[in-house]
Design a protein around this ligand. Structure first.
Ligand code: NAP
Length: 491
């Protein structure tokens, strides 16, 4: 399908927006500046969007601040039913939203629609949880006093999101924020603004009042700085790279904002000799190659025990060889392009470093014949944890496989990183599954499972992979303040 045809169809549904969204209105950048957004699968320009900066961000914050007074005072039931309507609309438009994701991000359409279903789940879940934000009554140490705990929304939230999940990483933040009574200014990646704008359009249609959700995009450091400097913004929630996360955390100190960070990972996928090889094989391909490896919880390093190493390499290579690379709109494609040229260059340099240090390319190892930013699904054997490919986040379709001897060695290699987002282990030994799960320094562990994610489960990392959790009942805490009220003279 041509970019133009898809855009024309999306335009007719009203879901194709190119302006920022402030106070319930579609707004051009005040100086008229725009920025082009490309389809990574064809290199074509999809359209230009408003390129905003400080002034627009200031107005978005003011709108969110004004709307907070009203939104936070609605009953939880009222907020819940609006979120529910929003969820229904997101599901109703899952095809169009999926097409927008494939168009600007490149993942296969089926995977993109899967992202919509997953992401919409957060709006549904938090529509329900909105009604269950309970306080506490605490036994008083003195007979004439009564102690209560109220949970109240933090206020205006600044949400900065990346390009790899342009839909779900917005709903995962905005769902709990709105459920708690907060209002939000979202800054999506300049590479994938269309999905965010369609999400805002559907929020408007679902009766979420103007100013409760705002979207500004453009100059990331300027928008980020303004969100961080503003005293009206009480919380920053960020998903993205560790480097940018650290900068934002340091700047948030100036106004002592609440901060949550979902940062990069370096997921180990450990297969023990006693694992069910079929189960491990299927899971490893999905865990490594979904979204062309551009997922924070994607397997970064496979650690395979020596007894099954050779057998695994053969079976894994056969499976990887069969992955179909192409435009995400084409039937049967399981792997789209990488997001941009810089991403391909990073993958190339990591592969070169591994080869120069003794690793072997078993499958792939180079750019795909399709050109642009397509890269061949790649398997690298004889990898070592010291190689850059095992130390950095690859964010591409390359699977380095490391050999290990003992359980202790596997744990040591797995934990030898500053990241701590997701880890996976495959064994049929129940004691080992507990022992290793407890020893892994990660926020999420999959046992005989290579994809961990649902709206009901807490998502987040330890060490430099982040702070706080998204999803689940714990995800609400990030948007709530605890207030203790002491009533005296109650005897
Ligand atoms: P990134 O460069 O850190 O960008 C993330 C967001 O921050 C984008 O909206 C970007 O805007 C913005 N940004 C960049 N520099 C900024 C600055 N100085 N001030 C304020 N905002 C700034 O990360 P990315 O390359 O887009 O995303 C990939 C990273 O995200 C990977 O490390 C991945 O692991 C991580 N990630 C983590 C999770 C998780 O849940 N833990 C989930 C998904 C992705 P522009 O794009 O417009 O420049």
């Amino acid at each position: 399908m041509e970019t133009e045809t898809i855009v024309a169809r999306l335009k007719s549904s009203g879901l194709f927006q190119t302006k920022g969204f402030i106070g319930g209105k579609w707004i051009d950048a005040y100086d008229g500046k725009t920025i082009e957004v490309n389809n990574p699968a064809t290199g074509e320009v999809i359209a230009s969007v408003a390129c905003m900066g400080e002034k627009e961000t200031q107005d978005a914050i003011s709108s969110a601040y004004d709307a907070f007074g009203h939104w936070s005072k609605l009953t939880a039931v009222d907020r819940s039913s609006r979120l529910r309507k929003w969820y229904n609309l997101l599901i109703e438009h899952k095809e169009e939203l999926g097409q927008l994701i494939t168009l600007e991000q490149g993942k296969p359409l089926k995977e993109a629609i899967g992202e919509v279903l997953y992401g919409a789940g957060f709006i549904e879940f938090y529509a329900e949880e909105a009604k269950r934000i309970y306080g506490d009554i605490i036994p008083s140490p003195l007979p004439d006093r009564r102690l209560f705990v109220l949970k109240q929304p933090v206020g205006v939230v600044g949400a900065i999101t990346p390009w790899n999940f342009p839909f779900a990483l917005i709903t995962r933040k905005v769902g709990p924020a709105l459920a708690c009574g907060c209002t939000v200014v979202v800054k999506p990646s300049e590479l994938t603004p269309f999905t965010a704008l369609a999400v805002a359009e559907l929020a408007l249609r679902s009766g979420i009042p103007p100013g409760v959700l705002n979207v500004v995009m453009g100059d990331a450091p300027k928008i980020g700085n303004y969100l961080l400097e503003s005293r009206q913004v009480r919380k920053i929630t960020f998903t993205g790279s560790i480097a940018v996360g650290k900068k934002l955390m340091a700047s948030a100190a100036e106004t002592v904002k609440k901060v949550s960070l979902e940062l990069g990972g370096n997921a180990p996928f450990i297969i023990f000799d006693d694992a069910d090889l079929e189960v491990a094989l299927k899971a490893s391909v999905a865990s490594k190659f979904r979204n062309s490896g551009q997922t924070c919880v994607c397997t970064n390093r496979l650690l395979v025990q020596e007894g099954i190493y050779d057998k695994f390499i053969t079976a894994f290579s056969n499976a990887v060889q069969n992955l179909k690379v192409g435009n995400g709109f084409s039937e049967g494609v399981s792997q789209g392009p990488l997001i941009n040229e810089a991403a391909v260059q990073k993958v190339e340099s990591l592969v070169q470093d591994a080869i120069s240090k003794g690793a072997k390319v078993v499958v792939g190892g180079k750019r795909h014949d399709l050109g642009l930013t397509f890269y061949e699904p790649t398997v690298i054997s004889d990898a070592k944890n010291e190689m850059l490919i095992a130390r950095q986040e690859i964010f591409g379709p390359v699977a380095p496989v490391i050999r290990f001897k003992t359980e202790e060695e596997a744990i040591q290699i797995a934990n030898d990183t500053d990241s701590g987002l997701a880890a996976y282990l495959f064994t049929n030994n129940i004691q080992r599954s507990w022992r290793v799960s407890e020893a892994l320094e990660y926020g999420m562990v999959g046992v005989n499972e290579g994809i961990y994610s649902s709206e009901g489960a807490p998502f987040g990392g330890v060490k430099q992979s982040g702070l706080g959790r998204e999803g689940s009942k714990y995800g609400l805490d990030e948007y709530l303040e605890i207030k203790c009220i002491c009533m005296g003279n109650m005897g």
